[in-house]
Design a protein around this ligand. Structure first.
Ligand code: C2E
Ligand code: CA
Ligand code: CA
Length: 353
């Protein structure tokens, strides 16, 4: 909008004028739209940047209105937000981080490390690929942070594709030395509703010459899973190909048991928040026993994650768990440093720092 003829020039009036136009636009979409007779609710979020075109260049103006739009999306009541330089410094920083992330994806700067999953004899059965991003100025950014950032800007698919490509090519190299090795990759629940999931997976598996049976998709329970038709199609497509489904962080989500019946996973990963304290807390150990017997009754395979101490390993093995993952065996490492037989750390009262 050109607000230059507001006189006298007042930011307050400019904001009100811009807001009024945005309100009219949102109001025009307040009615549901009918497609083939089916009413569809459409919602609209508007971000506004008030700029002086002599001072602010177009890319900055776009950036500011984009930030304001994401703010509008998060807001419960208002669907309209106006960018404020003063109180959005941290958002600008986050936005910059997001731009850096997308640049890193384009330049193929994301990496993966692998953490072994071992059996009771310390043989490596599989590796879990964990994404790593080394930011030029800020150093290592935790995967949860940059994945959330991508999720927020609806770019998870792009990021996942980059991580998958990197995981599969490193894994293909690693597997040369360890035949029969399997690979676990992480998937956000929302990605299960991605129409392109199967096609992308097929292309990438084929280009790295990896058979689908060697792949497990770990789906975290921490985020909400929407049971859509696409998701069901994807799940059955994955099954048909022989890709395994694992329910990650089991016991920490809002609806563990609903998810269990929705996903029918091949594997459950007992979350490390249980594993970590079970040797000291009989109550938590009771929960782990329950998870183990649940898995056994349903014929689901189990992995205990976050195993840091040999005491924990001993108890888990006595309870019948057969697959383990954790710092006791190995931290996540680049593929060149992974060995077929893992030597666990010697028994120690305290976990390594
Ligand atoms: P996760 O899938 O539960 O992965 C295991 C995390 O626990 C990893 O953290 C690993 O370094 C850490 N860990 C493993 N063993 C131990 C242990 O014995 N003790 C402790 N304290 N920690 C242990 P990381 O790499 O920081 O990843 C954090 C989370 O970020 C992952 O949790 C996963 O949810 C997510 N993530 C990482 N890479 C990806 C990815 O490529 N895609 C998706 N969707 N999520 C990813
Ligand atoms: Ca995982
Ligand atoms: Ca986990």
């Amino acid at each position: 909008m050109d607000l230059s003829d507001i006189s006298p020039p007042s930011e307050e009036v400019q904001r009100a004028t811009a807001h009024a136009l945005a309100s009219r636009i949102t109001a025009s979409l307040a009615k549901s739209v009918r497609v083939d007779g089916i009413p569809i609710e459409v919602s609209l979020s508007i971000g506004i940047a008030l700029i002086d075109p002599r001072v602010t260049a177009t890319p900055q103006a776009m950036q500011q209105s984009d930030i304001a739009m994401y703010r509008a999306k998060r807001h419960k009541h208002s669907r309209i937000a106006i960018f404020d330089v003063a109180d959005q410094c941290s958002e600008l920083e986050t936005y910059q981080l997001y731009l850096d992330l997308m640049a890193a994806v384009r330049k193929q700067q994301l990496q993966v490390e692998f953490q072994p999953i071992v059996d009771g004899n310390n043989n490596i059965l599989a590796v879990e690929a964990l994404a790593r991003w080394h930011h030029l100025n800020r150093g290592m950014i935790p995967p949860e942070e940059f994945l959330d950032l991508a999720q927020k800007h609806r770019q998870l698919g792009v990021l996942w594709e980059a991580i998958l490509r990197c995981s599969l090519s490193d894994f293909a190299a690693l597997r040369q030395g360890i035949p029969g090795l399997c690979l676990a990759v992480n998937l956000y629940p929302t990605q299960l509703s991605d129409q392109h999931l199967l096609q992308l997976l097929d292309e990438q598996l084929a280009s790295h010459d990896i058979e689908p049976q060697a792949l497990t998709n770990e789906i975290t329970e921490r985020a909400v899973l929407e049971a859509t038709l696409v998701m069901r199609n994807n799940l059955s497509g994955l099954r048909q190909r022989g890709v395994r489904i694992s329910l990650d962080d089991f016991g920490t989500g809002y609806s563990s048991l609903t998810l269990l019946s929705e996903l029918r996973p091949d594997e459950i990963k007992i979350d490390r928040s249980f594993v970590d304290v079970m040797d000291k807390d009989p109550y938590v150990q009771g929960i782990v026993v329950l998870i183990i017997s649940l898995a056994r009754n349903l014929g689901i395979s189990l992995v205990a994650e976050g195993v840091e101490r040999s005491e924990t390993l001993k108890i888990l093995a006595q309870l019948g768990v057969e697959k383990f993952q954790g710092y006791l065996f190995s931290r996540p490492r680049p593929w060149q440093e992974i060995e077929p037989v893992i030597h666990p750390l010697p028994a120690s009262p305290q976990a390594p720092a």
